[in-house]
Design a protein around this ligand. Structure first.
Ligand code: NAP
Length: 302
């Protein structure tokens, strides 16, 4: 039994197009409609045949949907919600895939006070954007965190859970604020650090940019993957999750100062103890199926 018969996806980039592909692969009888503000994206999705219908407006795309998923940058969610709230059927469920959740829930609550709101965050992605970057197996084995408001209908939450399970994801249900704190440390802070390191390296004067690129296999290149992530998406995430990110950044700065002192005073034991603990974290990530166990992320060295 399928949880939904008519799904509408607003925003057809990496995540939206991956959902469309995964729905096609796993629930082929579901009718898919889509909309994207960018006409080039709409044309590309039509050419790829990812949706049954690609509408020119958000309102037209949701008119007979029973699930609407907003897959736009978090800063655009309030705007899109306002555009389609009047047209969405009263019994349809509104959801999204935004990377921060408290602000999104507030924005959706303002426009869908009398509807079922079940926000979601699939913790899966790549550094690429746009409809050509999507793929059907993106969510396979990854976690999808649902952050429904306290008064959400359990049946609506269950239907959205089943939908994501059908796409291959595992479900966790969390309070939106807690989600934002957890993701601040597991996702947002690592992105901020990567953006900083890559920015610092490209600003150096005594080491040329060509040297930075040439010797990047020493570690730098692994940061460049994260720092290549979509600028619009990440600008919006930091602005939306300001409080949690600033809290984690404060803790990070304190820990960095401790390391700085250990290096200054030649405290090798402190460095060794920390590096031993962090190595164990990497082992846990692999053991829990969240990354490839092959050395060097499975890069070939032929
Ligand atoms: P993306 O590839 O850039 O796709 C977003 C699409 O939404 C773009 O085609 C964009 O058009 C369109 N758009 C922007 N504003 C719009 C509006 N007002 N109405 C309709 N369409 C609009 O980005 P993405 O990576 O799929 O990210 C989408 C959402 O998923 C974000 O909220 C992000 O936080 C979340 N998310 C991302 C990842 C990840 O790793 N990328 C993982 C989990 C969750 P343009 O081409 O004009 O920009």
């Amino acid at each position: 039994m399928l949880p939904f018969a008519r799904v509408s996806i607003i925003g057809l980039g990496l995540i939206g197009s991956s959902i469309a592909r995964a729905v096609r692969a796993n629930m082929p009888t579901v009718a898919l409609t889509g909309h994207d503000a960018n006409p080039d994206v709409r044309a590309r999705v039509t050419a790829l045949g990812l949706c049954d219908d690609v509408a020119d407006t958000a309102g037209a795309a949701v008119i007979d949907a029973d699930l609407v998923i907003l897959c736009v940058p978090v800063g655009a969610i309030a705007d899109v919600a306002a555009q389609l709230a009047q047209d969405m059927p009263a019994d349809a469920i509104i959801s999204d895939v935004g990377s921060s959740k408290a602000g999104v829930l507030a924005a959706l609550s303002a426009h869908f006070a009398d509807r079922q709101i079940v926000p979601a965050h699939p913790v899966a992605g790549t550094e690429y954007s746009g409809p050509d970057a999507g793929f059907a197996t993106l969510f396979k084995g990854r976690w999808c965190i649902l952050t429904p408001p306290g008064d959400a209908d359990p049946t609506a939450v269950m239907r959205v859970s089943i939908f994501w399970e059908r796409l291959g994801a595992q479900i966790e249900i969390m309070d939106a604020k807690h989600h934002d704190l957890v993701l601040a440390v597991t996702s947002h802070l690592p992105h901020l650090i990567a953006y900083t390191i890559v920015g610092t390296a490209s600003d150096l004067e005594t080491v040329t940019e060509s040297e930075v690129i040439k010797y990047s296999a020493g570690g730098f290149r692994d940061f460049t993957r994260i720092a290549a992530s979509d600028p619009t998406m990440w600008r919006d995430v930091f602005l939306a999750n300001k409080d949690a990110v600033l809290e984690m950044l404060q803790r990070f700065s304190e820990d960095l100062t401790v390391l700085q002192r250990a290096i200054r005073w030649g405290d090798g034991d402190a460095l060794f103890d920390l590096f031993t603990r962090t190595r164990a974290v990497r082992r846990s990530v692999i053991e829990q199926g969240q990354d490839d166990e092959r050395p060097d992320f499975g890069r070939t060295h032929e």
